[in-house]
Design a protein around this ligand. Structure first.
Ligand SMILES: C[S@@+](CC[C@H](N)C(=O)[O-])C[C@H]1O[C@@H](n2cnc3c(N)ncnc32)[C@H](O)[C@@H]1O
Length: 341
């Protein structure tokens, strides 16, 4: 049985705030109150992204299954949600930094694009070693920390432009890439904890998952907006590549950014999203569905509520509150949870 957080299962929330786009760190307190009262035991976080909500579920005593189609998201979730015991110790860190005969792929391919020559050489060296690590949780911790360091060292924390000219005032640029990496290792190490339950992480397209052992389905897909692109694989292509040494993608060498083809997802378009919601609502008709929605979405809240009612669901809508509401409303729209039982 899951216990509510006012008893001993709950511990202080140590998830290191993330720069991952779409993350729900800013509304975590509001989510916590809500999720604690749902009366479910096993949750499927179908679009887990940064992992902050999966981590909250774990913290609240749920058994968690997380899924995302991004490699970086997968390693974050594996390192902090699925992993209950393992951290990177001094011996692991020495292994990660040791000299090696790496082929210099990053130095050659991304010369002058995102990081300095010396930083590229460092990335080649540590990446080569990380991919030789045998322990899956330690490897995920290392990749999650390396991705985090790269995001922090990059102005605006994205890889959709090249060069170093943007935002020289960017506070994080005062710290070297190596130090960002070491700090990230400490931050992630601190966040590892055992909730007494077992958890699982999947990397893949949620639409290919036909059934799950969970009583609660949490859906926070990338909502299509009328303003533009919601695709994280384009934004973070460099750290996605790092996670597999670019083995799962084909670099488009003719592009300035050396990106790869964006991941296919039904959620990349408005019509695709409509169909995907229909499919997911049918698939999980016999479960409790909890859907995050914000007012920037090109698909209306009423449309989703009606779709859920047509599946014989009893639906309630709750507005989420965040700290500096006015500013957040401009950035993120008004935010809601749609609960369908
Ligand atoms: C809005 S973000 C989720 C944010 C997450 N709740 C958090 O707090 O960090 C949406 C996520 O869905 C993932 N995604 C997009 N299409 C997907 C698909 N077809 N299958 C699985 N994940 C997908 C994206 O990679 C992204 O991480």
């Amino acid at each position: 049985m899951r216990n509510k957080t006012n008893n001993k299962i709950f511990r202080s929330f140590k998830y290191p705030a993330t720069l991952y786009r779409g993350n729900q760190c800013r509304i975590i307190a509001s989510l916590k109150q809500f999720l604690d009262d749902l009366g479910a035991e096993k949750v499927f976080d179908a679009f887990s992204g940064s992992g902050v909500v999966s981590y909250l579920f774990k913290n609240l005593g749920y058994e968690v299954l997380s899924c995302d189609n991004m490699q970086y998201a997968y390693h974050l979730n594996k390192a902090l949600v699925e992993n209950s015991h393992h951290t990177l110790n001094q011996q692991d860190i020495s292994f990660i930094f040791q000299n090696n005969e790496n082929p210099g792929f990053i130095t050659e391919t991304f010369k002058g694009l995102y990081f300095s020559e010396a930083e590229n050489r460092l990335l080649d060296r540590v990446c080569f070693n990380i991919h030789r690590m045998k322990h899956p949780y330690k490897k995920s911790l290392a990749l999650a920390a390396l991705g985090r360091a790269c995001l922090r060292r990059r102005p605006r924390s994205i890889f959709t432009y090249v060069g170093f000219h943007h935002d020289t005032s960017f506070e994080n640029l005062k710290t070297t890439l190596k130090d960002h990496f070491l700090i990230a290792i400490q931050d992630l190490n601190r966040a590892v904890f055992n909730s007494g339950k077992s958890h699982q992480t999947i990397c893949g397209d949620v639409m290919s998952i036909q059934s799950v052992d969970a009583d609660l389905i949490y859906l926070d897909p990338p909502y299509p907006t009328l303003k533009g692109d919601n695709d994280n694989s384009r934004r973070y292509h460099f750290i996605e590549g790092l996670c597999t040494n670019w083995s799962h993608v084909k670099i488009q060498h003719e592009t300035k950014t050396k990106k790869f083809e964006r991941y296919k997802s039904m959620f990349n378009t408005i019509e695709g999203s409509r169909k995907a919601f229909e499919e997911l609502f049918n698939r999980f008709q016999d479960k409790t569905i909890l859907l995050y929605w914000n007012s920037m979405s090109a698909i209306s809240r009423d449309e989703l509520v009606e779709k859920l009612i047509s599946k014989n669901k009893k639906v309630n809508v709750f507005e989420l509150s965040s700290k500096s509401s006015n500013q957040n409303h401009e950035l993120f729209g008004r935010e809601y949870l749609i609960l369908a039982k």
